[in-house]
Design a protein around this ligand. Structure first.
Ligand code: SAH
Ligand code: AVI
Length: 329
């Protein structure tokens, strides 16, 4: 029997078996003329581990850059927001979050941590680790989809810092990004702040290297989505027959990751009774990762009902952490 400490409560809003509505997305995405799957399906246990390895790659600058900004500015963020709790969307292993939790603990404001992620295992492990590391901390974990389950955030215990780190906001298409931010602004109270990590537009060579590393970890992460579909939906993708593709679309200013069939592929998806054909060299889009300018970031926030208050960046202006709030708040 697992004993859950009393400081922890975890609520799941994902139905049993369809952890991320995978079947709907596969049916919808693989029957389109241009095939596509949403990136949230990367993150089973193996995908989460591969993502952790990506974060440590020399080419993948976003994680260490965002961490350096947090290390330099966490105290100031806590002073500006007076946050008593962190609500973290796409919280993962909360590795960088500890910098903020430390600053809140030092300031004496820390009361609760509210992680929300699609991967239950990560919520449970992170919750258990954090209550050990921060005596007295309450953890209210939400296993859910940040596009669908924001209404399940618990009532605030004080001013909230809503953290959306890592540049995950870039994984939305522009339309759903604004819809998501509008929903988030509505879920925020007058005392709350959004701390948003966004990757900036830069030299395409640097960008493309970050998404096509020399050790092939990102390629494995990309292909992992096919392993997830094979396991969860009884499909027979020949995973090794798909090549990793990553390029910077200069017009749209986003990185696109795709999987390209190296030869004609016939895939049977047992759970859906669906057969899918891939022509030789046909591609499946698995992720976009939008890169921002500060101007576009401000415009997106304003269009969503949020006011940009602080822009925190690194000396090379690779990455930005912004603080925003509801006007008048
Ligand atoms: N915030 C961490 C992890 C980023 S990886 C960091 O900055 O390093 C993206 C995280 O978002 C993963 O943990 C993944 O499981 C989660 N995620 C992706 N799509 C999601 C969705 N629609 N709803 C909730 N969590 C999601
Ligand atoms: C989680 N997200 C912000 C990462 C990104 O950079 O878009 C996911 C990732 N994809 C490839 N490498 C990392």
């Amino acid at each position: 029997m697992t004993v859950v400490p009393s400081e922890i409560e975890v609520h799941s809003y994902l139905a049993e078996g369809d952890e991320r509505a995978l079947a709907d997305d596969v049916l919808d995405g693989l029957t389109r003329p241009f095939k596509e799957l949403p990136p949230k399906h990367f993150y089973d246990a193996r995908g989460a581990e591969l993502f952790d390895r990506i974060c440590d790659l020399p080419e993948y600058y976003p994680t260490r850059t965002e961490r350096s900004i947090l290390e330099a500015r966490a105290e100031e963020i806590v002073e500006l927001t007076c946050a008593a709790e962190i609500v973290e969307l796409g919280s993962g292993t909360a590795a960088k979050t500890r910098i903020l939790l430390d600053a809140m603990q030092d300031a004496g404001t820390l009361r609760r941590y509210v992680p929300l992620d699609v991967t239950e295992q990560m919520i449970l492990e992170t919750a258990a680790a954090l209550v050990d590391e921060y005596p007295g901390l309450l953890v209210h974990g939400i296993v859910g989809d940040f596009e669908r389950h924001l209404r399940h955030l618990p009532a605030p215990l004080g001013p909230r810092l809503v953290a959306f780190l890592g540049g995950t906001i870039g994984n939305f298409t522009p339309g759903s990004r604004r819809r998501f931010l509008r929903g988030l602004a509505k879920a925020m109270g007058p005392d709350d702040h959004l701390l948003l990590g966004t990757d900036l537009v830069k030299d395409p060579t640097m960008l493309e290297a970050a998404y096509d590393d020399s050790q092939g970890v990102t390629a494995e992460f990309n292909r992992n989505v096919l392993r997830v579909v094979n396991r969860e939906l009884d499909a027979d993708f020949d995973v090794d027959a798909f090549d990793h593709v990553a390029f910077f679309d200069r017009e749209r200013e986003w990185i696109e990751m795709r999987l390209r069939a190296s030869s004609r592929q016939h895939v049977h998806i047992g759970a859906l009774g669906l057969d899918v054909e891939f022509e030789p060299r046909e591609e499946l889009r698995t992720e976009i990762s939008a890169k921002f300018t500060i101007k576009r970031l401000g415009a997106d926030l304003a269009a969503s009902g949020l006011e940009l208050r602080e822009v925190l960046t690194d000396p090379d202006e690779l990455f930005v952490l912004s603080l925003s709030a509801r006007p008048g708040g």
